[in-house]
Ligand binder design. Structure first.
Ligand SMILES: [Zn+2]
Length: 392
């Protein structure tokens, strides 16, 4: 199997569609403050790579030698996936330095994904974040190459080092193909963005090239699959093309949504007479009377018109169900002092970022320190959905 055709993608858009919502099946811990994990599909590719490598770097011995082959295969396979994680770390550490938060790094069947919490603000930042990954892969290729050269004996270990050097070089080269969402596509977007000053148009062109690249992979994959003995290699390439196609399309859709969210203000999406709960009502009453019957999932908590806090399904579910009758809203809510209210002229994009930041599903809207309404996450999505249906 051609493990050299492995992608690594990063970004808030492309990756959000593929990774979030699925918790990584295999958590690999926090490295330098970033959550690293592997998707369930990664196990398949890990097993295949390990098995292939164990047969490739064989010493020809039986008995003890076979164990050695497997150990070398396993070590090389682990170093290969470590290389992918390091590539993602290249993107991530530069992103963090430039003020773009990084949520996670996930290994999956086609490589690795770094999930960023936002988009770069300037073309220069995009260029630096996008090139950092390939730079790491190139450095690893040179490093493994130098090690192999230093050993200079035709042993299985040297063969493994040469392989690691080559595979890192392939990672470097493959990811520089200028189709979005590959790194090369992001470099292209950064260049177009700097040149024309239009982020959306630059994304459109880069994603267009990405779509062409994806179709080329799928076509080539089918042709290779029909050749003698190349069925799995061809299928792999075609599947990779399909993945890139959905990622490119997803990025475009996400760009459109972000643009919409950046053009709608909180005052046009909020509810002025938002249903508010009294502080003394029990959680069981909230669940039975409001959530189950009316479908509302987040609430302000007020007394005599004064805001005391907010509560949503998330806070209620944090309380064990058997305590719902004896716990009041006041006892489970997020207090006013811990909340930064929204201003009416804030955009929905900023409002959603503020909710993410605060870990809340609803925020009060205040004008001149007066409560004028509330905006929930559900409302933001409903507004975006409606806008898309009528504008597109
Ligand atoms: Zn990359």
């Amino acid at each position: 199997m051609p493990v050299h055709t492995v992608t690594t993608i990063h970004g808030a858009r492309a990756s959000r569609l593929h990774v979030t919502g699925r918790k990584p099946l295999i958590p690999l811990g926090r490295w330098a403050g970033i959550e690293v994990g592997a998707d369930g599909t990664w196990l398949i590719v890990f097993a295949l790579v390990t098995a292939t490598l164990s047969r490739q770097f064989t010493s020809g011995d039986s008995g003890l030698g076979m164990h050695r082959d497997w150990a070398l295969g396993l070590a090389t396979s682990l170093l290969f996936f470590l290389s992918i994680v390091l590539h993602e770390f290249g993107h991530s550490l530069v992103a963090i330095r430039l003020g773009v938060p990084v949520r996670s790094i996930t290994l999956f069947i086609f490589g690795g994904v770094a999930l960023l919490g936002g988009e770069p603000r300037r073309p220069r930042d995009e260029l630096l974040i996008a090139s950092a990954g390939p730079v790491v892969s190139l450095a690893l290729a040179l490093g493994y190459g130098a090690l192999a050269h230093a050993i200079a004996f035709a042993t299985p270990v040297e063969e493994a080092l040469v392989w690691l050097s080559r595979v890192n070089f392939s990672l470097f080269a493959f990811n520089l193909i200028p189709g979005f969402p590959l790194d090369g596509g992001r470099v292209l977007r950064a260049a177009l963005w700097a040149w024309k000053g239009d982020f959306d148009k630059a994304t459109g062109v880069a994603a267009g090239v990405g779509t062409l690249v994806a179709f080329a992979f799928m076509t080539l994959g089918v042709v290779i699959a029909l050749a003698d003995g190349q069925f799995w290699n061809g299928l792999w390439l075609a599947a990779l093309g399909w993945f890139l196609l959905t990622a490119a399309r997803g990025s475009l859709a996400q760009t459109m949504v972000s643009k919409l969210m950046g053009s709608v203000m909180v005052r046009d999406a909020m509810t002025a007479d938002y249903a508010a709960l009294p502080p003394s009502i029990s959680l069981r009453d909230v669940v039975e009377r409001y959530i189950m019957r009316q479908g509302q999932r987040s609430f302000l908590v007020t007394q005599d018109g004064n805001l005391l806090g907010v509560i949503s399904v998330r806070e209620i579910r944090a309380v064990p169900q058997e305590d719902w009758s004896t716990t009041s809203v006041q006892g489970a809510m997020v207090r006013r002092s811990a909340i930064e209210p929204l201003a009416p002229q804030t955009t929905l994009l900023e409002a959603l970022a503020a909710m993410d930041e605060a870990g809340l599903n609803i925020l009060p809207v205040e004008s001149d320190e007066h409560l004028v309404g509330a905006l929930s996450r559900d409302q933001v999505f409903a507004v975006i959905r409606t806008q898309r249906e009528f504008r597109v």
